[in-house]
Design a protein around this ligand. Structure first.
Ligand code: HEM
Ligand SMILES: *[C@@H]1O[C@H](CO)[C@@H](O)[C@H](O)[C@H]1NC(C)=O
Length: 325
């Protein structure tokens, strides 16, 4: 009896450890490819020097990878004649960029240790390095993710939140990825850098709030006026972009939460965080205590980075990030 009492929980613990993605660990490539993380960070650092917008792109890439089929590098796979891949969904094309940077890190790594480092891990490292460059944030990233072989644009609906979502819809979707409402608010702070195309918010916020052909009353009218000037109703399909965080568009900081408090959240999915007691309280705390947000952001990114990962002998190590082996 004692024997069973000990081993049954142990067996449950071990099997759940695998399901939960505990095959991941810090310093995963320490022996097999000791310079892997350094190569990624150098590549990312150089790319950001040339174009600061890269930091936002790479953080968003990790999010979009992890929420669709888990963090398996599926976001990187190119479409083929028979298959429209995730990256060609309207949620990603043309707004998601940075694929060339992942390619260049991968080819440098392959030159040193072929067939060892997954594309999914490179994306996770690159997101962390981007946060470090854009905001001085740092967290230890686990490695050990393996690459998936499947990428379908049709997987996007239901897995990535559209900008029209309200706080309850966001909370539900994040819960379906085992992320709490608090973590949802924390991760939304990524919108403290980067840009949005006019088409992602003009209908909801400027011209057709609630389908009534009016402006969203929860937006500061002066901010709305500036946005309307940049995003006229007639050209919503254009390539014009505006900063997600008008206060400090290129620094990964808590200014995003300050924006929300003065009705200057850009997307409906941003400003909606002020409509719920629990989420608006967190917005206030984050705006006031940057150190708390920074710590929680790193933690939440690590948790996001473990969603439905492939480990051990699952999946593969892709040779090229754009094509399954
Ligand atoms: C809470 C639900 C979220 C929604 C509805 C959402 C939606 C969006 C939309 C519509 C854009 C602009 C796309 C465009 O039109 O160009 C955007 C940009 C961005 N998102 Fe989110 N997002 C969410 C959460 C997140 C999370 C969790 C992260 C990362 C941890 C993230 C990181 C970013 C970044 C960095 C950008 C700027 C990209 C760039 O400048 O290239 N977002 N998001
Ligand atoms: C505004 O939204 C409503 C309801 O979704 C829709 O029927 C209408 O066509 C929209 N108007 C414009 C100008 O897009």
């Amino acid at each position: 009896m004692e024997f069973l009492a000990f081993f049954i929980p142990l067996a449950i613990f071990l099997s759940s450890a695998i399901v939960n993605g505990d095959g991941l660990s810090i310093g995963y490539y320490r022996h097999a490819c000791p310079r892997a993380e350094e190569i990624v960070s150098k590549t990312v650092e150089n790319a950001i020097k040339g174009n600061p917008g890269v930091a936002a792109a790479l953080i968003r890439m990790h999010f979009h990878d992890c929420f669709v089929r888990g963090c398996d590098g599926s976001i990187l796979i190119d479409s083929t004649t028979g298959n429209s891949a995730e990256k060609d969904s309207p949620a990603n094309n043309p707004s998601l960029s940075g694929f060339d940077i992942i390619d260049s890190a991968k080819s440098r790594i392959e030159a040193e240790c072929p067939g060892v480092v997954s594309c999914a891990d490179i994306v996770a490292f690159a997101a962390r390095d981007s946060a470090q460059q854009a905001g001085g944030l740092y967290w230890a990233v686990e490695g050990g993710r393996r690459d998936g072989r499947v990428s379908r644009a049709s997987d996007i609906p239901g897995n990535l939140p559209p900008p029209s979502f309200d706080v309850n819809q966001l909370t539900q979707l994040f819960a379906s990825k085992q992320l709490s409402q608090d973590e949802m608010v924390t991760l939304s702070g990524a919108h403290s850098i980067g840009v949005s195309h006019c088409s992602s918010f003009t209908a909801d916020r400027m011209y057709n709030f609630s389908g009534r052909g009016v402006q969203d009353p929860s937006m500061d009218p002066r901010y709305a006026l500036q946005l309307k000037a940049k995003c006229p109703a007639s050209s919503s399909s254009s390539s014009v972009v505006v900063p997600l965080d008008p206060l400090s568009p290129t620094n990964l900081d808590v200014k995003y939460y300050v924006d929300l408090q003065v009705k200057r959240g850009l997307l409906k999915s941003d400003q909606t965080l002020m409509t719920n007691d629990a989420t608006s309280r967190l917005v206030k705390i984050n705006a006031k205590y940057p150190t708390i947000w920074r710590k929680n952001f790193g933690r939440a990114m690590v948790k996001m980075g473990a969603i439905d990962v492939l480990t051990g002998s699952q999946g593969e190590i892709r040779k090229q990030c754009r094509v399954p082996n």
